[in-house]
Write a protein that binds this ligand. Structure first.
Ligand SMILES: [Zn+2]
Ligand SMILES: [Zn+2]
Ligand SMILES: [Zn+2]
Length: 279
């Protein structure tokens, strides 16, 4: 059996977010800190896979007893998903021969970025397979997802174990674009088409207007409100859905707030750091 552990539930900036002096970040204690999204997978043979390389890598690896990483999977090049890449290099972990699985567009960006290219030249990272990799008792698949692509394209990742499959979809622009790209009309049809039992979905913002004074169309994400409207309440046959990648402004962080309660009452969940899933 493969064991997955959710190592971060925050959007790229983390929680608290640097520079934020508003109530969402002021006065948070260490217990309230959340790392950018990341997921680890331990296979039945003890191979460790990691999805995303965040700047909180040290904190995140401690959650799972600091194993060495054998395979690294990257969804796309936005800040919080890649800013810990250098930590695998000589200045810190001195890792060797980590198989890096990512799209050709992401790989080409790594080759063209001098600080990251060093990791290839020094055999810290080696290019692995894409879009499908079989490792021990898991199969990892990349599926293309429409998302603003200034630096690289974006792929969600599906991890298939012997019994269950989990979808990791931290970022996308809109449900309409994602559903059209996968020829589906509803979120349920999309999850069913890919045979998903557990879904970790983009929950960056709760609602529109959350970024006071900033144009949200610059950083488009479907809001949790939109996702809940599309989903309604959970039916017995539905997959287990948790929202992740929360922006620091997202009111759902507050477990006593009405937003969090509404989410739970409908039968869905907020991802929790340290939460594990058996596949
Ligand atoms: Zn992100
Ligand atoms: Zn804040
Ligand atoms: Zn992104």
């Amino acid at each position: 059996m493969a064991i997955l552990t959710l190592l971060g539930i925050a959007q790229d900036g983390g929680r608290p977010q640097p520079g934020c002096t508003r109530s969402c970040c002021e006065g948070l204690t260490e217990a309230d800190y959340r790392s950018p999204v990341s997921l680890s997978i331990q296979t039945n043979n003890g191979t460790t896979l990691l999805i995303e390389a965040t700047r909180d890598l040290g904190r995140q690896l401690r959650m799972i007893g600091n194993p060495s990483i054998d395979h690294l999977f990257i969804t796309h090049a936005h800040l919080g998903h890649v800013d810990g890449l250098g930590l695998f290099g000589r200045e810190t972990m001195s890792a060797r021969n980590i198989q890096l699985h990512c799209s050709p567009s992401m790989y080409s960006l790594i080759e063209r970025t001098p600080a990251w290219n060093q990791l290839l030249l020094q055999n810290v990272l080696e290019f692995g397979t894409f879009p499908r990799t079989e490792i021990d008792d898991v199969i990892v698949e990349f599926i293309h997802i429409p998302h603003r692509a200034e630096l690289s394209d974006m792929h969600a990742i599906i991890i298939r174990g012997r019994e269950k499959s989990l979808l990791f979809l931290p970022d996308h622009d809109t449900w309409n674009e994602t559903l059209v790209a996968h020829s589906c009309n509803t979120i349920r049809a999309f999850l069913s088409k890919h045979n998903i039992d557990i879904a970790l979905l983009d929950g960056t913002f709760w609602s529109g207007g959350e970024l006071q004074g900033r144009d949200m169309s610059v950083v488009p994400h479907p809001t949790i409100e939109d996702s809940l409207q599309r989903l309604g309440s959970r039916k017995q046959t539905d997959p287990d859905i948790s929202f992740i990648h929360l922006n620091h402004t997202n009111p759902a962080y507050d477990q006593t707030g009405i937003e969090h309660q509404e989410l739970v009452q409908l039968g869905w969940r907020l991802g929790e750091e340290g939460q594990s899933f058996n596949l």
